[in-house]
Design a binder for this molecule. Structure first.
Ligand SMILES: *[C@@H]1O[C@H](CO)[C@@H](O)[C@H](O)[C@H]1NC(C)=O
Ligand SMILES: *[C@@H]1O[C@H](CO)[C@@H](O)[C@H](O)[C@H]1NC(C)=O
Ligand SMILES: *[C@@H]1O[C@H](CO)[C@@H](O)[C@H](O)[C@H]1NC(C)=O
Ligand SMILES: *[C@@H]1O[C@H](CO)[C@@H](O)[C@H](O)[C@H]1NC(C)=O
Ligand SMILES: *[C@@H]1O[C@H](CO)[C@@H](O)[C@H](O)[C@H]1NC(C)=O
Ligand SMILES: *[C@@H]1O[C@H](CO)[C@@H](O)[C@H](O)[C@H]1NC(C)=O
Ligand SMILES: *[C@@H]1O[C@H](CO)[C@@H](O)[C@H](O)[C@H]1NC(C)=O
Ligand SMILES: *[C@@H]1O[C@H](CO)[C@@H](O)[C@H](O)[C@H]1NC(C)=O
Ligand SMILES: *[C@@H]1O[C@H](CO)[C@@H](O)[C@H](O)[C@H]1NC(C)=O
Length: 394
């Protein structure tokens, strides 16, 4: 596949020159941006914008069933405002080198304990790669053509992790589809890798939000329908949010049953939950192609947009935007007025099993990557719009 070839080519370049820093730094400034300092890629029916801060997606435009162009992701209007964000990652960025919680600020490899710099839970655990996590770094851009962009990053022993990790994320759009390809080459030392791309979606382009109504129970993504066909189990967590190692069953008819049939997100939240913030285990088909069965299907009957997510990762962290509207984040200019209310958006983060390095009982899970292995993962979002001449109808 061309993307892999591209990635491998880039890694070869990286290996030969890493001692002199990123070979792509000078190139980055040469790629064209729009008036908001964003990098645009587009294909039929889909257009995306990115910033190199955290390699974050800033806009995703589609036409709804009425032919109106809507922007279905959270973000900021101007790319130059991202570095001031306190969040880790920057809104809708890459999460790495090791995303989620790494309990206990250390991890064992071959009998050696590697301590890393903690940044959470009173400095007892590491969250989203630490203070210098990949989602808070400025990435370089190796390639930018009209339907594809490749970000690169050289993590030189940041946050106490050993080794230099050369990381590459390529976004490509084809008609009504967006594909994300991750690739990492560890140099010098082995270490854990777990990458994800956070994207907070609202398939109505946030247009159901009425800035003059001060409540959170209607509109938002609560009326979106969600199905997670292969999410029969979820990871239990302790009071700090760190996985305990226990898996729980999502039995048919219970609140976390999104597998037997689609249901509205509101139904999931109404059962006494403040919002969804759950990591589901994905049971892919035992063999064969992970491209032929979606792990998540999200749709809105207001905009007529349906989104399917495909990935080769084995877990999915589903999280609704759970901050209230008195948080500081505002909708973008094209999305309406006012702050982003609670439950306005949902993110489906594809990832590995949580905190797996501390669970040797999960035998043979590949969490530590050395120079012998190129870490690659993919995610593909496929969109269809009711009444449009796209995949669904052809
Ligand atoms: C939406 O439709 C208009 C008119 O057909 C077209 O110019 C535009 O490119 C479409 N937007 C997207 C994101 O495809
Ligand atoms: C922290 O992790 C190390 C290595 O996995 C382990 O030996 C130690 O017991 C852990 N400590 C706590 C308090 O969990
Ligand atoms: C953090 O440490 C302080 C002081 O030791 C303690 O009072 C507090 O409860 C701790 N918080 C957490 C979340 O552990
Ligand atoms: C955690 O450690 C950092 C760096 O040593 C320090 O600046 C910060 O105040 C600590 N945070 C807490 C909650 O103890
Ligand atoms: C992208 O660029 C190629 C070559 O420069 C061109 O043939 C193609 O029409 C462009 N596609 C779009 C959607 O602009
Ligand atoms: C928003 O809510 C206010 C107060 O209920 C109402 O007057 C107004 O028409 C609503 N706006 C839209 C666009 O629905
Ligand atoms: C909305 O509710 C919050 C908390 O209940 C309150 O602090 C705020 O002033 C209200 N805002 C408006 C515009 O009514
Ligand atoms: C749209 O979805 C909502 C919530 O999922 C549901 O209550 C409503 O009946 C649906 N409307 C139509 C026209 O299908
Ligand atoms: C991978 O990252 C996600 C966050 O994106 C996190 O929730 C999960 O615990 C991580 N998995 C591992 C194996 O660390």
């Amino acid at each position: 596949m061309n993307l892999w070839k591209l990635s491998v080519g880039i890694f070869a370049a990286v290996k030969s020159v890493w001692t002199r820093g990123s070979p792509f730094a000078a190139l980055t400034a040469l790629w064209p941006t729009n008036e908001e300092s964003k990098f645009i890629i587009q294909s039929e029916g889909i257009r995306l914008a990115f910033t190199n801060h955290g390699a974050a997606v800033t806009n995703l435009w589609l036409n709804n069933t009425y032919g109106e162009e809507i922007d279905v992701v959270l973000g900021l209007d101007d790319a130059r405002d991202y570095p001031a964000l306190q969040s880790n990652p920057f809104l809708n960025g890459v999460i790495g080198r090791y995303s989620g919680f790494l309990s206990n600020s250390s991890y064992p490899v071959d009998g050696t304990i590697y301590p890393v710099m903690p940044n959470a839970h009173n400095n007892t655990s590491l969250f989203n790669g630490g203070d210098k996590g990949w989602g808070r770094q400025t990435w370089d851009i190796a390639v930018h053509i009209n339907n594809s962009i490749t970000f690169v990053l050289f993590d030189n022993r940041w946050n106490g992790f050993p080794g230099i990790f050369a990381s590459c994320v390529t976004h490509t759009v084809t008609p009504y589809e967006w594909r994300i390809a991750f690739g990492v080459t560890p140099l010098l030392k082995a270490g854990p890798i777990n990458l994800s791309q956070q994207v907070f979606f609202n398939l109505d382009g946030f247009r159901t939000i009425n800035a003059s109504i001060n409540e959170t129970d209607h509109g938002m993504v609560l009326d979106h329908r969600l199905r997670l066909p292969v999410a029969g189990m979820r990871f239990d967590v302790d009071e700090r949010g760190i996985p305990t190692g226990d898996l729980k069953s999502n039995r048919e008819g219970t609140e976390h049953d999104f597998w037997s049939a689609e249901k509205s997100i509101g139904e999931g939240i109404k059962n006494g939950l403040a919002g969804l913030d759950v990591t589901y285990a994905l049971s892919h088909k035992p063999s064969g192609d992970k491209e032929d069965e979606p792990v998540a299907i999200l749709s809105s009957n207001i905009s007529g947009v349906t989104m399917e997510l495909y990935t080769d990762q084995d877990a999915l962290h589903v999280i609704t935007w759970n901050q209230d509207r008195f948080g500081s984040l505002q909708l973008k200019k094209g999305q309406g007025a006012g702050n982003v209310p609670r439950h306005a958006a949902i993110s489906l983060e594809m990832q590995d099993w949580p905190d797996a390095v501390h669970h040797p009982e999960w035998r043979n899970r590949k969490t530590i990557w050395g120079m012998d292995g190129l870490y690659t993962r993919f995610a593909t979002y496929k969109f269809s719009v009711a009444g449009k001449g796209n995949r669904e109808e052809t």
